[in-house]
Write a protein that binds this ligand. Structure first.
Ligand code: CUA
Length: 157
């Protein structure tokens, strides 16, 4: 089969670009820890308070170095609005809204999720460096939206 050499060159460049894009996705997922924030479960906003994990929100240790944090977003606060973990900890955040859409972004990390009423959002992050990591609501949720924030304290082991 004869393929014009320009057409052949474009086909080859297209194949190279596909490999580059696939490589970028693989590096993002496995190298940089980029995740698509997943919907774990559905929950009616009125039932958040009776849902396991959210009935007693906060941090719990799964095993040393691995934690789960259940955080409720509501107008206009996070409950709890402060958690403390040792450096090196892997924390899986579960968030649910009791009312409107909120956001959850932890500054200086790639944790950035929407908290949509009706669903539980999940994101996992490993805090390697000690420090205070501010988290904020980044979806406009009413007049005091800008006051909706909290802190992850990462302390030396
Ligand atoms: Cu909650 Cu803005």
């Amino acid at each position: 089969m004869h393929i014009d050499r320009f057409e052949s060159a474009f086909l080859q460049m297209s194949a190279v670009m596909l490999l580059v894009f696939a490589g970028a996705v693989i590096i993002a997922v496995f190298g940089l820890g980029v995740q698509l924030p997943g919907v774990v479960e559905q929950v009616a906003p009125a039932d958040v308070g009776n849902t396991p994990g959210f009935d007693n929100p906060g941090l719990r240790m799964v095993y040393p170095g691995k934690y789960e944090a259940h955080i409720i977003a509501q107008a206009w606060q996070f409950v709890p609005n402060e958690i403390t973990v040792p450096a090196g900890s892997e924390v899986t955040f579960f968030l649910a809204s009791m009312d409107v859409i909120h956001g959850f972004k932890i500054i200086d990390t790639n944790v950035n999720i929407m908290v949509i009423p009706g669903q539980i959002s999940e994101f996992t992050h490993t805090f390697r460096e000690p420090g205070n990591y501010l988290f904020v609501c980044h979806e406009y949720c009413g007049a005091p939206h800008h006051t909706m924030s909290g802190l992850v304290r990462v302390v030396e082991e």
